[in-house]
Design a protein around this ligand. Structure first.
Ligand SMILES: CC(C)(COP(=O)(O)OP(=O)(O)OC[C@H]1O[C@@H](n2cnc3c(N)ncnc32)[C@H](O)[C@@H]1OP(=O)(O)O)[C@@H](O)C(=O)NCCC(=O)NCCS
Length: 136
């Protein structure tokens, strides 16, 4: 992944394929609390731009890389102050996305009705992320 933008409230990255071509984007937004306090919670968004590239593991790999950056590793890479929780919302019918997120450790925490569709809310805590790494 390639850092493209990092502000106090949003951190965006480009997703590159094996050849280094840009194929999508991944970001953490709605970071809060806002500066000057260090953000502890963020919302994740990810997109692989070409439909023909979906289902090949790129999304999962991008999310894992972004979570690694958000939560920091035991070696101290990633954010200076790691997030404690990452959330996301996706459409109920977007099973591919839910499956990719679940494979990264996200769990469903609720559903809500938004107009004519259902939103699925998922999240992962830093503790869950680190526990999964320790078990691996
Ligand atoms: C959501 C998205 C980022 C996932 O990336 P991806 O590269 O397609 O995902 P992956 O290949 O890593 O994983 C997809 C998973 O869904 C499964 N899958 C593929 N097609 C599926 C389908 N039609 N229904 C259900 N699951 C499906 C895959 O088998 C894989 O699961 P597995 O690893 O357990 O086998 C990508 O599809 C995308 O950009 N979609 C459009 C934007 C979007 O919906 N973003 C999410 C909103 S926050």
């Amino acid at each position: 992944m390639l850092e493209e933008e990092g502000t106090g409230e949003r951190a965006g990255f480009g997703v590159l394929d094996e050849r280094g071509d840009l194929i999508g984007s991944a970001e953490l937004y709605d970071l809060h609390p806002p500066p000057p306090l260090p953000a502890r919670i963020g919302t994740l968004g990810v997109m692989i731009g070409l439909r023909s590239l979906w289902g090949q593991g790129y999304g999962r790999e991008a999310v894992m890389a972004l979570l690694g950056w958000a939560f920091g590793g035991q070696q101290g890479e990633g954010r200076e102050v790691p997030l404690s929780r990452v959330r996301l919302t996706t459409f109920g019918h977007n099973r591919r996305a839910q499956r990719a997120f679940a494979a990264c450790g996200f769990r469903e925490v609720g559903r809500s009705q938004a107009g004519d569709h259902t939103d699925v809310h998922m999240e992962i805590t830093r503790g869950e992320w680190l526990d999964a790494r320790a078990d691996a």
